[in-house]
Ligand binder design. Structure first.
Ligand code: PMV
Length: 325
């Protein structure tokens, strides 16, 4: 097949990926765990060309240079695997604001991994597909799967690390929702790649967070299997704020939290005081995602939409893994 389309959704980590031990292969320092959402899909079509150069569009217009370069770099990985050096046209439509800490790189590279591997005739199982998606953006490995997914750090570097670092689904008995509170949908000023590198190199708080993350992972898997929202939420919120603490400890400091993000965190705490189990998590941007029970999602959404500085909200539920169209 020379033309293939795939759709993927973002995922939001409850146990974060922050820091690489192998930059080239995107091998992480820690194992992470996430929920794939049912909103903000990315749809990507890859068409092989008989001549010319790679050409990438984003939302119907020529993609910015750095975006197109990342896509071509990823296609090189696929071309090497397939033994086929044809160039390709890549058309991507993102319904989530790009690069605003709303996981557009996760849905983007998961969709590209499936569309490109199908277009180039690779027949990859889901594990191999998650390893391939990882090469585009680490968190994309998890968007290959629906529901909750764990991405193993794996062991070693180079080929050994590449083989052992993949994602897979995890059991969950939670009836969960996630409310996304957008406070700023503009593109972030520091990329997660740069911020991770600087945190690992300079933050004295990084190692302790890595150590506590390993314990968080074991405990959250058990709580997910038990359907224990309170424990899942408490661990997720601590893990996320701990990640942001490692960045605040970097030199110079990196701060993604905006005043409105802090206002949302306060509101979430207030919801808990009012008896609603709601827990916040944040990524490489100022937007806040709030985990809660499905039955509480409308109330949480109403509360967050009234916080000063919140420009929009969206209720998400666990969504599907990447699919061919
Ligand atoms: O996959 P990247 O390079 O966009 O890194 C994303 C890292 C976080 O979103 C901050 C955390 C995570 O695990 O998704």
């Amino acid at each position: 097949m020379t033309n293939s389309t795939a759709v993927a959704h973002p995922n939001i980590a409850l146990i974060k990926y922050w820091g690489k031990r192998d930059e080239a292969l995107h091998l992480p320092t820690t194992t992470s765990l996430s929920m794939t959402l049912d909103v903000f899909p990315t749809e990507t079509t890859v068409t092989l060309l008989d001549a010319g150069e790679d050409a990438t569009t984003l939302n119907g217009a020529a993609a910015p240079g750095p975006f197109a370069d990342k896509v071509s770099g990823f296609l090189d990985v696929v071309r090497t695997l397939a033994g086929d050096d044809r160039r390709a046209r890549v058309d991507t439509v993102n319904s989530v604001p790009t690069a605003a800490g709303l996981a557009s790189s996760a849905s983007g590279f998961a969709a590209l991994a499936l569309a490109a591997s199908n277009a180039y005739g690779l027949d990859l199982d889901r594990r191999a597909l998650s390893r391939l998606a990882r090469r585009g953006s680490g968190s994309a490995s998890r968007s290959v799967f629906g529901g909750f997914a764990v991405w193993y750090r794996g062991e070693g570097t180079g080929a050994e690390g590449d083989l052992s670092s993949y994602a897979e689904p995890v059991d969950s008995a939670l009836d969960a929702a996630m409310v996304v509170a957008v406070v700023d949908a503009r593109e972030k000023t520091v990329s997660s790649r740069t911020a991770m590198r600087s945190t690992v190199a300079t933050s004295p708080l990084y190692r302790p967070w890595v150590d506590s993350s390993a314990l968080d992972l074991v405990a959250i898997r058990q709580a997910l299997a038990d359907g224990d929202l309170v424990t899942v939420g408490e661990i997720a919120e601590s893990n996320a704020l701990g990640m942001h603490a490692t960045m605040l400890g970097a030199r110079p400091p990196i701060r993604y939290l905006a005043p409105a993000s802090v206002a949302v965190l306060d509101r979430v705490q207030q919801l808990r005081s009012d008896g609603i189990a709601a827990y916040a998590t944040m990524d490489a941007g100022p937007n806040v995602k709030v985990l809660c029970a499905r039955g509480d999602a409308a109330d949480v959404d109403a509360a967050l939409s009234e916080v000063a500085g919140v420009t929009s909200t969206r209720i998400a539920r666990p969504g599907e893994g990447v699919q061919a169209r």
